[in-house]
Design a protein around this ligand. Sequence first.
Ligand SMILES: [Mg+2]
Length: 369
Amino acid sequence: MSDRPAVDAIGTAVYTVPTDAPEADGTLAWDKTTLVLVTARSGTTTGLGYTYAPAVTAHLVRELLAGTVTGLPAYDVPRANELMSRAVRNAGLPGLAAQAIAAVDIALWDLKARLLGLPLVHLLGAARTDVPVYGSGGFTTYDAGRQERQLRGWAEDQGIPRVKIKIGESWGTRQDRDLERVARARAAIGDAAELYVDANGGYTGGQAVRVAGALADQGVTWFEEPVSSDHLTVLAGIRDRIPLDVAAGEYGYTLPYFEHMLAAGAVDCLQADVTRCGGITVWLRAAGLAHARGTDISGHCAPHAHAHAAAAVPNLRHLEWFHDHVRIEHLLFDGVLDPAGGSVTPGADGAPGLGLTLAEERAAPYRTG
Ligand SMILES: [Mg+2]
């Protein structure tokens, strides 16, 4: 039909935001975070999407993807996603190219929902109204006071009944401090709240099993990446031996990655990151793979990029309300969600698309590309 809108232009912008304190997990440290913003315009309507990735990702969008997507029917987002995936064949899809595709895909979904005047969750079709979130931070760089303030902020001030801290400090060489911090975390949030840990692949397999015993004593129920998520048989072996749920999947850039992880029996809950895995289009398919196996999915980081898609899947466990990204999304965008009580309700205000608007004045000082 000739009156269907087309994608007229793809744009990019890069924002780099220093952390509010030094941040590290078990296997990486950082002092700033870069958000690559993508805009997709059709006529006078513009959608936005983003990924947390190096600035070069914006270059990939402009060089490899913009020409592929421009001129396509704006409603045909899965078609655009497929053509983008094919266009990066020789660049290599897993990694930065998948993150570039994700940002464009999210922008295209936002654009389509805006063209139709719908919150994105209504375009996708809701499977639920509330989307549970968990407070995530507890960096290994925090001292006891900072960790306690952060955890109490979620559990008490905001009423979020589940939180996660980082362990596996310095590649698993600070195991005693890990367990001290877990004990302090439990003391800070009380017995009722769920306590999760993420080792970011910092432990060995045997070490992870031994640590899990001590974690279980503190009522920890979620053990994320006890070892590298590359090692599916080791993850599956750990999962067989411990009472905690094993979670992984944040480095999934393609649909087959998630299928391999699920087929290996490596996880109790699949994680997938909409800003890495190729966007909302692929995230929904990953959720379907997990659903077919009776497994939940959890959205990794970038909570405002996930929320509407998360509300559209029946097997959602929760979204990660990640300190670093929550702070950046509040800084750069208007229309952010309120997690008070432990869940968000995307689309409740009726705003079209993701419901986000770039806060140009607040964002301008952080623009780096
Ligand atoms: Mg993680």
